[in-house]
Design a protein around this ligand. Sequence first.
Ligand SMILES: *[C@@H]1O[C@H](CO)[C@@H](O)[C@H](O)[C@H]1NC(C)=O
Ligand SMILES: *[C@@H]1O[C@H](CO)[C@@H](O)[C@H](O)[C@H]1NC(C)=O
Length: 512
Amino acid sequence: MASSALIRFFLFASLLFSASFFEIYAEEAEAKEFVVTLDNSNFSDVVSKHNFIVVEFYAPWCGHCKNLAPEYEKAASVLSSHDPPITLAKVDANEESNRELATQFEIRGFPTIKILRNGGKSSQDYKGPRDADGIVDYLKKQSGPASAEIKSAEDANNLIKNVFIVGIFPKFSGEEFDSFNALAEKLRSDYDFGHTLDAKLLPRGETSVSGPVVRLFKPFDEQFVDFKDFDPAKLEKFIEASSIPIVTEFNNDPSNHVYLSKFFSSSNDKAMLFLNYTTDAADSLKSKYREVAEQYKGEGISFLIGDSESSQAALNYFGLKEDQVPVLLVQKNDRFKYVKFNVEADQIAPWVKDYMNGNVPQFIKSEPIPESNNEPVKVVVADSIQDVVYKSGKNVLLEFYSPWCGHCKKLAPTLDEVAVSYESDPDVIIAKFDATANDIADGDFEVQGYPTLYFRSASGKLVEYNGDRSKEDIINFIETNRDKTAEADTKPEDTESKPKESKPDSEAKDEL
Ligand SMILES: *[C@@H]1O[C@H](CO)[C@@H](O)[C@H](O)[C@H]1NC(C)=O
Ligand SMILES: *[C@@H]1O[C@H](CO)[C@@H](O)[C@H](O)[C@H]1NC(C)=O
């Protein structure tokens, strides 16, 4: 690219000319943006011309986007002189005219970075680091072949780090080889792959293996494990199951982060044991737990262990208290929860067995149902949500909130006013639900941040409220969505409301 040649020239010139001369031009060189701006008018045109292009979807108000910008720009400048050059682009997804692009790429949060290949025919999430060096390394790897050939022991040493998957083949062709490559391409943003003709080059290599076989290296448990079935679905499942530790440790060691995120993003049921590591019982709890984890390997359940001393945040998240530790719980589908408080080492195996057999009842955390509930905004808890929201036959506006959420506090007086104005209407209930002290056991409510407002009409129609948080708009919304009685039907349609364009979630909601 001409621009990078220019920079190299200035770098060279800096040796020849005075410092000030160089600085002037260096500034100019810096003023050039390497990140390409795209919008709906030229997106497809530009993308279709690239075999590999990276696109950041951002919003001007998003803080993480602002932090990323200089790093992304720096990476773009470095990668512009990569061979072949790698283009980094950005799209302001907040811009009305670009919304369609954001929808097309299913952008749910900012920033989201996509890697587009083959002129945009395939797209993949960017899952790399957010600093310039990290972005450069990750993208260099992503733009190369999905699986790197291992030709020497040195190659093997350089490549095989953390979890690494190697295909060992007698020749680089055939069904197994193709199947391996296709899977490497599919999973390349999550795993690193290599292939070789010579198993001896690999760490702990043996001469007897000639393949075809897939060997997954990992820095934990049995260190490596082989798999000989090249059926794509089975191979993918094997990789997913083998690349997380038998028991994932809950801590904030950065090198452990990748395993934690795998644990939490897995679709498996998630068993978690929190215990005080410094008590006498710790060792036997740990070893019994590990035995159970080994026993259920590959059966759709993953295991995590954490020291209650350093897992306060997790305990709070699950609403658990010190005196309930050691506590064993299973989270299923992010919604159903099963809990054994004050578990003893010998109870772990039978309890997990009961759970696997469907014999442990679901645990739903609830505050007590309030004895008096006389404020305008009614208090709903997990144990009363059925009665108040589902079976009352009323129109209910329900706020899911957390006690420390700023946006919730701001909304509270408005919600009070709305409730006061409905006090004489027996068909409408305005209610609130402390989602930190109560489990949302019902699948109907999708709560990703606080506050989240849902309206359930008397006949059971459920709508999330995303409008302006003003008394007028909320009342209009209730009037629009409530089940109208014969009398209400005759009302003029002046209450019809079009919710204003809602602000993006991350701005108007506190994170969970
Ligand atoms: C795409 O269009 C926008 C707005 O017209 C412009 O700012 C941007 O530079 C264009 N990008 C390219 C690569 O042409
Ligand atoms: C953990 O156990 C130790 C030793 O029994 C005790 O001193 C400590 O307070 C315990 N920590 C918690 C969080 O219970």
